[in-house]
Design a protein around this ligand. Structure first.
Ligand SMILES: [Zn+2]
Length: 100
C-alpha cells in the first residue's frame, strides 16, 4: 500500500514547516505507521495510517482540538476496517529540534 497522501498534500500546496501547526510521523507496532498533519488556520487534521492491527491503509481528515494537559494521548483515530483505535501518545517534553 502506498503511504504518500500527506506527502502529496505537502507537495501540492507547497507546505513549509512554518505552515504546520502539528506534524508527526510515528512507527507503530506490527509494521503500522501513522502520519498526521495540521495546517495553521485549519481545524481539521489530515491523518493517514497503516493500521497496526489489520494492515489497512487509510487516509482521512478529522476534527482537531487541543489536547488537555492531563491527557496521555495527543490524539486518537479509528480504523474503519477493523474498528481498532489508534492512539498517539504525546512526545515527552523538551524534545525540540534545533534549527540548523
Ligand atoms: Zn484496522
Amino acid at each position: 500500500m502506498s503511504f504518500g497522501k500527506i506527502s502529496s498534500i505537502i507537495q501540492e500546496r507547497n507546505v513549509k514547516m512554518a505552515d504546520c501547526a502539528y506534524h508527526t510521523l510515528r512507527e507503530l507496532e506490527n509494521g503500522g505507521k501513522i502520519r498526521a498533519l495540521v495546517l495553521k488556520g485549519e481545524s481539521k487534521a489530515h491523518i493517514e495510517f497503516i493500521c497496526p492491527k489489520c494492515g489497512n491503509y487509510e487516509y482521512k481528515t478529522q476534527d482537531w482540538g487541543k489536547a488537555s494537559k492531563a491527557a496521555k494521548y495527543r490524539f486518537e483515530t479509528k480504523c474503519s476496517k477493523c474498528g481498532g483505535d489508534i492512539k498517539i501518545e504525546k512526545l515527552k517534553g523538551g524534545k525540540k529540534k534545533k534549527k540548523e
